[in-house]
Design a protein around this ligand. Structure first.
Ligand SMILES: [Zn+2]
Length: 365
């Protein structure tokens, strides 16, 4: 199977435009045009994992964390990143990483997977993204409104929450005068024409604007399509950091800790005092999530499950929120089967293998 097809399927769920500015998700080594028979799935594409891919005949590694996170000026094997890259390239192993773009989606993302494990209901993003949504307004002759709408929807515009094909149209009359050399769809050269039109409006994420405009131009009958695009202040509630939801039944603090330990298959939990005697509303963020402690507090969460919390950051919970640090690796380990689940829907016969190599650098005694 072509690597490009595998990447496209993952990025249909986790568009690369949703990754954070500091991130480096994407194809790190190899060519997207290469064919592979199997993929090895992991959190970290370390040198040991590259060796495992070689041993198992996997031409592609799909990792959560990008092994190259910041710029490399030399690649001579002086550290674990360079050694992994050298080994991958020498052995024609492609490494692809899907990191914060799969953290930042509500459905089928890293946090959704943790929420599945904890069986959380009424889920929403804890800190939704802003500055990602656009409004497109286009003036269409009434005869072509449906065709244009179909094209805009097919290109991905018009999604709001669990709804698609969302639009608004208002009727009015437009005027234009075709100049020399014009080939107007209606009206005559040199004469003002009045046309019954609809102003059609749809919402869309900014990263699909190019595709949407291209399809608009293909399906709109006018030679010169009149349209406006403007940025919205709206938050995009389906994308962003962290997740909050509710347990099916409220649990006592001890019950919740036992439940969390069991469901996430943990060896230990570092936690702060709870502000209440029961836990019902649970916020979470896979990986290093201390930056969301304030958001979890404001959202009224009883507990916040994440990893990599530092000593002083535990104080930020003000003893009102039970911060549970379950470990970075532990919070994200179910991302590995998540990649397999995403791919199995479209490519049921493509082999995905979970890496045996445990890349967690942290041990417990
Ligand atoms: Zn992580």
């Amino acid at each position: 199977m072509k690597i490009e097809d595998i990447i496209n399927e993952i990025e249909r769920i986790a568009p690369p435009a949703l990754q954070e500015d500091y991130d480096n998700s994407g194809l790190i080594t190899g060519s997207k045009l290469d064919n592979v028979e199997k993929a090895l799935l992991c959190l970290d594409s370390t040198e040991e994992v590259v060796q495992e891919a070689i041993d198992k005949g996997c031409g592609l590694i799909i990792a959560h964390h990008p092994i190259i996170f910041k710029g490399l000026k030399k690649i001579n094997g002086s550290n674990y990143v360079e050694r992994a890259i050298i080994k991958a390239i020498k052995n024609n192993i492609a490494i692809y990483a899907c990191h914060t773009n799969i953290d930042n989606v509500l459905k089928s993302g890293v946090n959704g997977k943790i929420a599945d494990k904890l069986n959380l209901h009424n889920r929403r993003i804890l800190r939704p993204m802003s500055g990602k949504l656009l409004k497109l307004s286009v003036f269409v002759p009434v005869s072509h409104t449906q065709e244009v709408l179909n094209a805009l929807f097919a290109a991905g515009a018009g999604h709001i929450g669990n709804y698609d094909e969302c639009s608004f149209a208002v009727s009015g009359s437009g005027t234009f005068r075709a100049g020399e050399g014009a080939q107007p769809f209606v009206g005559k050269e040199g004469e003002r024409h009045t046309q019954q039109e609809e102003k059609v409006e749809v919402i869309l994420p900014n990263y699909i604007l190019g595709t949407v405009l291209q399809q608009l131009n293909v399906h709109h009958p006018y030679e010169e399509v009149a349209y406006e695009v403007y940025e919205l202040k709206n938050q995009w509630l389906e994308t962003g950091s962290g997740l909050i939801g509710e347990l099916e039944n409220a649990l006592s603090v001890d019950e919740f800790l036992a439940f969390l330990k069991d469901k996430m298959e943990l060896k230990g939990i570092r936690y702060t005092k709870s502000g209440s005697s029961t836990i019902k509303k649970v916020a979470l963020c896979g990986g290093a999530g201390s930056f969301l402690i304030g958001d979890a507090l404001r959202a009224g969460a009883d507990a916040y499950v994440t990893g990599d919390v530092k000593y002083h950051e535990f104080f930020d919970a003000e003893n009102r929120l039970m911060v549970c640090d379950i470990g970075h690796y532990e919070s994200e380990k179910f991302t590995i089967p998540l990649f397999a689940e995403i791919l199995s829907v479209k490519f049921p016969n493509f082999a995905t293998i979970f890496a045996n190599t445990n890349t967690n650098p942290v041990n417990y005694y």
